[in-house]
Design a protein around this ligand. Structure first.
Ligand SMILES: [Zn+2]
Length: 388
């Protein structure tokens, strides 16, 4: 865990610049108390490379003068949550980069007139705790959507995987409704929008409902012989089952067409062999006998993962245009930050899709096959830049 990477702005306004140096373009002026995540350990003459999700302005990555940042995490941590923030010293009245006279490496002086200059904090109340109860301090309150669809993580509760999904709808209200529904609702920790804006529903320390495994499907994986490739989960809304498909119930007894909607749990191809759809899984994982991470008979992906929803429709076809550049950027930052904080490698084992941990229920469409995993990993690894 390196939760010491989150900082807060302790000046009334602080410029986030494209490059280190006061002559670089200002991307946005950050407000006092705004949380930023430091993206690497390189100290560019006092300028830090950070990520900020600003209320109303969107997501920015750039450089800020580090003297006006204060650690959001103090020494007093209990179970990953901040109990009390560290005291915030009042900033100096005027600031220059210590030990340098080079104007390009100095922060702006307080002038009050120039675009986006630093205006010093009055040093009054310290900022609120930055990571209360597992809410990501980089996500502003307006994008947090508390839900009852969460619970305690079972077992050791360690995060060993990040699981990506597609929402299956492009109706934002529907997603909010579903993820905050009083009963039968689903949820995920995060939702990434096409413009790169990130929402949070479930605190990271809790279990979200995004990758549960149906009991009958589980019994297939428990066989550990790969015969799950002969079955798909039955969905009443799916229109693409072949005419000769065989529908079976939870006891693997064939279901007559009249009882299909009520009793069918799984679908077999007419030839009772393997479904072609799993070729995608096999290309990614070979002839694995069990899905990714299914290491024990009662494995529950939700207890040990962070779930991220991508705002997109699902399809078995590679719909690469579903994913915008902003989406990849935001996902790269979020996934890179998660991997760093939870000590996970940026690898396809640790960062995979719902279809990889539960292929029978998501046969290659969650996220859809156009998702560019290598592009995500490349972006996420940038976040994980080793100390220079
Ligand atoms: Zn999913």
């Amino acid at each position: 865990m390196s939760i010491d990477r989150i900082f807060r702005v302790r000046a009334r306004r602080l410029n986030l610049r494209e490059q280190p140096g006061t002559d670089a373009r200002v991307l946005v002026a950050l407000d006092e108390g705004q949380a930023v995540a430091r993206l690497d350990d390189v100290n560019r003459g006092g300028w830090w490379y950070v990520f900020a999700d600003t209320p109303g302005e969107g997501i920015y990555i750039g450089h800020v003068w580090s003297e006006y940042l204060t650690p959001a995490f103090g020494a007093e941590l209990i179970a990953g949550n901040v109990v009390r923030p560290p005291p915030v010293p009042a900033p100096p009245g005027e600031a220059d980069a210590p030990g340098t006279d080079d104007a390009a490496d100095s922060p702006e002086r307080e002038t009050g007139g120039e675009t986006g200059v630093i205006l010093d904090s009055d040093g009054s109340a310290p900022p609120a705790p930055a990571w209360p109860d597992g809410w990501n301090p980089a996500i502003p309150a307006a994008r947090r959507h508390p839900t009852g669809n969460q619970g305690r993580r079972a077992g050791n509760g360690c995060i060993d995987r990040v699981i990506l999904h597609i929402t299956g709808t492009r109706n934002f209200d529907t997603i909010i409704e579903r993820f905050t529904a009083k009963s039968g609702g689903a949820s995920a920790h995060y939702l990434v929008m096409p413009d790169g804006v990130i929402h949070q529903f479930v605190p990271e320390n809790l279990r979200a409902f995004h990758s549960g495994i149906n009991r009958t499907v589980r019994s297939l994986y428990q066989r550990q012989d790969g015969t799950w490739r002969q079955y798909k989960r039955y969905f009443s809304w799916h229109k693409g089952y072949p005419a000769d498909a065989i529908f079976v119930d939870s006891r693997f007894a064939v279901v007559p067409p009249s009882r299909r909607a009520e009793d069918a749990v799984l679908v077999m191809p007419g030839h009772r062999g393997e479904w072609q759809d799993y070729a995608y899984f096999d290309r990614r994982w070979g002839r694995a006998a069990v899905p990714v991470g299914f290491t024990s008979p009662d494995h529950d992906p939700n207890s040990n993962s962070i779930g991220i929803e991508i705002f997109s429709i699902g399809a078995r076809d590679p719909l690469a245009d579903q994913y915008t550049a902003d989406m990849y950027s935001a996902l790269g930052m979020l996934v890179g930050d998660l991997c760093r904080r939870h000590n996970l490698p940026v690898s396809r084992e640790a960062v995979c899709g719902h279809e990889d941990v539960n292929p029978v229920e998501r046969w290659g469409w969650d996220p859809n096959q156009g998702f560019d995993w290598e592009r995500l990993f490349e972006l996420a690894r940038k976040i994980d830049t080793p100390v220079a």
